[in-house]
Design a protein around this ligand. Structure first.
Ligand code: ADP
Ligand code: MG
Length: 448
C-alpha cells in the first residue's frame, strides 16, 4: 500500500500551498491506484480533469513528488471511466528522459489516433486516404498526401494519427512529425550554428515525414529551398511525406512553383466543416470521453449553435465541465446555454423571440397565436403549444420556467413534459420531424 502513503504524503505537503477550494476540487478526487517502479498511478474522474491539472498545477505536482531512491517519483494519470480502457496518459515525465528522436518528434500527440476520429461525409475521404497511407507508407500513389482545410477541422489529428499508426505497426521506422514553423526554426538555428549539414541529415533520414501547416513556409525562400531538397531526397527514396495546409495547394500563394508542382504528383484531400449530424456525433463522443452524460436535446442545442469547427465543439464541452466544476453547478440546460452564449458570441444573440416562434407555429398549424399562449386543452391547440414550447427551448434556449410563464402561466414540469413529448413524437412521426427541421432551418437562416 505504498502508493497510498505516498499520496497522503503529497496531500499533506500541498495543504497550505494551494487554496482549499483548489485542493477540494482538483486534488481530493484523485485516487492513488498503484506504484510501478518509480511511477505513481493516479486515477482521475475524467480527461478534462487531468488536462486541467496539467495546465494549472503541473509545477506544483512536479515539486511535490517525493524522492524514491534519490530520484523524484514520476506520476501518470488514468481516467476512471470504462470507455477510457484505463488509457494511460503521460505527463510529468522524468526530466532526464533521453532525447534523440524525441527531439525531432516532440509534438506527436498520442491521443490523436484514427479510433478517436469521428467520420462524416465532411472528412471521410481524407480519413481513408490517411489510413491507407498509414498502412502502406511510401508505397502508394498517395505520395505526397496533402490534407487541407480550415482551422480546427482535424488536419493535425489525422496527421498525428498516421504517425501513431506507423509507430505502432512499424516501431523501427523513423517517423518525424513537425510543424512547418519548427522546421523553419531548426533551419534558422542550424544556419546560426553552422550546422546545416546536421540539419539536413536529421530530416532526410526520416522514413516518414509529417509536416503540419505548410502555409507557414509562405515567403520564406531559404527554408523552402531546404524543404525542396528534403522533399526530393525523401521522395526519390520512396519515403512517405504527408503535409497539411489551410488551402488547396494549387491556390497557395507565396510558395515556390517548383514545390507546388511537386505536390501535384501526389494526392490532395480536403476536410470540410462538419454538418449537423456529425457535430452531434462529435459532441456525444467528446462528452463520453470526458465522463459526462449530456441529454440528447442539450447536445442538439449545442450542435445547432456551435457550427464552425470541431475545436469549438470540444472547447464548449471543456468549458461546460469547467463551469460546472468551478461554480458547483449541475450540468443542465441553463448552464449549457450560458456557455454556448459566451462562445457563440454574436451568432447567438439572435433577435429571435418567443413571439416569432409562436407566430411561425401559428402559421403552419393554423392555430391562432392567442390560442397557443392560452389555456385551451383542445388537442390541436395543445399540440401547437407543445411544439412552440419545444422550439423555444431548442432554438432560443429559454428557461423552462420562463416558457411556462409565457404559455399561460404553466409550471416548468409542464414545459419539460412538452419538450419530452415532442422529442418522442419526432422519433415516430416523420411528418412532424420534417416540419420541425424545416422550421429550424428557417430560423437558422435568420441566425446567420
Ligand atoms: P486542425 O489541425 O485542422 O486545425 P485539429 O486536428 O487540431 O484541427 O483538431 C482540433 C480538435 O478537434 C482536436 O482536438 C481534434 O482531436 C478534434 N477533432 C477534429 N476533427 C475531429 C473528428 N472528426 N473526430 C474527433 N475529434 C476531432
Ligand atoms: Mg492543425
Amino acid at each position: 500500500m505504498k502508493h497510498i502513503s505516498l499520496w497522503e504524503e503529497i496531500l499533506e505537503k500541498i495543504n497550505g500551498k494551494l487554496p482549499a477550494h483548489a485542493i477540494n476540487t482538483w486534488f481530493n478526487p484523485i485516487v492513488p491506484v498503484g506504484l510501478t517502479g518509480s511511477e505513481l498511478l493516479l486515477e482521475v474522474p475524467n480527461q478534462f480533469f487531468y488536462e486541467w491539472i496539467d495546465s494549472h498545477y503541473k509545477k506544483e505536482f512536479l515539486e511535490l513528488m517525493p524522492k524514491v531512491n534519490g530520484e523524484s517519483l514520476r506520476y501518470r494519470f488514468i481516467v476512471s471511466t470504462d470507455q477510457a480502457k484505463r488509457k494511460i496518459e503521460n505527463f510529468g515525465e522524468s526530466p532526464r528522459k533521453q532525447k534523440s528522436l524525441d527531439e525531432l518528434a516532440p509534438t506527436i500527440n498520442k491521443r490523436y489516433v484514427f479510433d478517436s476520429f469521428i467520420e462524416g461525409s465532411n472528412n471521410e475521404f481524407a480519413k481513408s486516404a490517411a489510413e491507407s497511407v498509414a498502412e502502406n507508407p511510401g508505397n502508394s500513389s498517395f505520395n505526397p498526401l496533402i490534407i487541407y482545410g480550415g482551422v480546427g477541422l482535424g488536419k493535425t489529428h489525422l496527421l498525428h494519427a498516421i504517425g501513431n499508426n506507423i509507430s505502432t505497426e512499424q516501431p523501427r521506422s523513423r517517423v518525424v512529425v513537425v510543424t512547418s514553423e519548427k522546421f523553419t526554426l531548426d533551419f534558422v538555428n542550424s544556419l546560426r550554428k553552422n550546422r546545416t549539414v546536421e540539419f539536413a541529415k536529421q530530416y532526410r533520414n526520416a522514413d516518414v515525414l509529417l509536416i503540419d501547416d505548410i502555409q507557414f513556409f509562405r515567403g520564406k525562400e531559404q527554408t523552402q529551398e531546404q524543404f525542396f531538397h528534403t522533399f526530393n531526397t525523401l521522395y526519390q527514396s520512396g519515403k512517405q511525406i504527408v503535409m497539411t495546409a489551410d488551402k488547396y495547394p494549387g491556390e497557395m500563394q507565396g510558395l515556390q512553383d517548383r514545390l507546388l508542382s511537386r505536390f501535384q504528383s501526389g494526392l490532395s484531400v480536403d476536410i470540410q466543416p462538419p454538418n449537423f449530424e456529425v457535430r452531434v456525433a462529435i459532441l456525444l463522443e467528446k462528452a463520453e470521453q470526458n465522463g459526462i452524460d449530456l441529454d440528447y436535446d442539450i447536445t442538439q442545442f449545442i450542435a445547432r449553435h456551435i457550427k464552425n469547427n470541431v475545436r469549438d465543439l470540444e472547447g464548449t464541452i471543456i468549458r461546460i465541465l469547467a463551469k460546472s466544476s468551478l461554480m458547483n453547478r449541475e450540468i443542465d440546460f441553463d448552464l449549457v446555454k450560458d456557455v454556448v452564449k459566451e462562445r457563440a458570441g454574436k451568432g447567438f444573440t439572435s433577435d429571435i423571440t418567443i413571439e416569432d416562434i409562436v407566430k411561425k407555429v401559428s402559421e403552419v398549424s393554423k392555430v391562432s397565436e392567442k390560442e397557443i399562449v392560452g389555456k385551451s386543452r383542445k388537442m390541436e391547440i395543445a399540440q401547437a403549444r407543445q411544439l412552440s414550447m419545444y422550439l423555444c427551448r431548442d432554438i432560443i434556449g429559454t428557461s423552462l420556467s420562463n416558457i411556462g410563464v409565457y404559455f399561460g402561466g404553466r409550471d416548468h414540469t409542464t414545459v419539460m413534459h412538452a419538450v419530452k413529448t415532442i422529442n418522442k413524437k419526432t422519433e415516430l412521426d416523420e411528418k412532424l420531424k420534417t416540419m420541425i427541421s424545416g422550421l429550424r432551418q428557417e430560423f437558422d437562416f435568420s441566425l446567420n
